[in-house]
Design a protein around this ligand. Sequence first.
Ligand code: COD
Ligand code: ATP
Length: 234
Amino acid sequence: MRIVGLTGGIASGKSTVSNLFKTHGIPVVDADLVARDVLKKGTGGWKKVVSAFGEDILQPDGEVDRPKLGQIVFSNPEKRQLLNRLLAPYISSGIFREMLKLWMKGFKVIVLDVPLLFEAKMDKWTKPIIVVWVDPETQLQRLVLRDRTSEDDAQNRINAQMSLDLKRTRADIVIDNTGSLEDLKEQFQNVLFEVTKPLTWTEFGLSRQGAASVLVSIIVGVLIFRKVYNTESL
Ligand SMILES: CC(C)(COP(=O)(O)OP(=O)(O)OC[C@H]1O[C@@H](n2cnc3c(N)ncnc32)[C@H](O)[C@@H]1O)[C@@H](O)C(=O)NCCC(=O)NCCS
Ligand SMILES: Nc1ncnc2c1ncn2[C@@H]1O[C@H](COP(=O)(O)OP(=O)(O)OP(=O)(O)O)[C@@H](O)[C@H]1O
């Protein structure tokens, strides 16, 4: 199985690119959705976070008040690191579970959309790595517009991540999403071509079909060996 890494900065356009993959039949594991699940009321992640940050971060219905927690962690690096540390094991196992489901369904190419792919060192699982880059002014504008937030708040969130310029140096493929959606779709055609190239032997071995072929080869090998061995010992 080919595990494509998709990352970038906040509001750089990862979800927009993810949607293009999905419309072309390539499934996407969305780490933000996994991170939401592991913070739902009553889960292990929720318990850890409530005991570390206190009940003040809860809404009256007991769910985490996400904007409130966001304000705390995006303006305080130590608290953000604490939240990351608490949730990281739940997020990685959630991502792994989603990947396993897609593996069992027989998908040969899947995309992991992980905003903190490099920060969480998940880049070693993925090849190729796609970074969706955007110029800083456009990123800030789009974030303010999408989240209807202040420039200060948006800048805090941008500053909480590794810089997009550094991320692009670690990419196999860079998508520059500073232009229009039409520009993006045009670049996406090349990306799709790269990502859907025939699998390498290693990728094939990691796919469900590859694993099945290895298993069948082993069984056939053992049967032939036993037949030859039995014939010789007669
Ligand atoms: C702080 C929380 C509650 C704020 O929730 P909110 O609904 O406002 O934002 P949402 O989860 O939709 O995230 C929006 C974007 O913020 C950025 N972001 C989220 N968490 C982090 C983080 N810990 N560090 C840096 N950037 C982050 C990502 O680019 C993400 O796409 C939430 O982001 C969270 O639980 N974060 C910790 C989990 C995490 O690391 N998520 C990223 C998945 S790899
Ligand atoms: N090329 C583009 N032209 C104009 N608007 C765009 C373009 N690409 C994305 N957008 C808009 O910019 C905003 C951010 O895009 P998107 O939500 O895809 O970013 P993201 O990287 O997934 O963000 P997050 O890290 O918060 O999940 C959205 O409102 C989206 O509609």
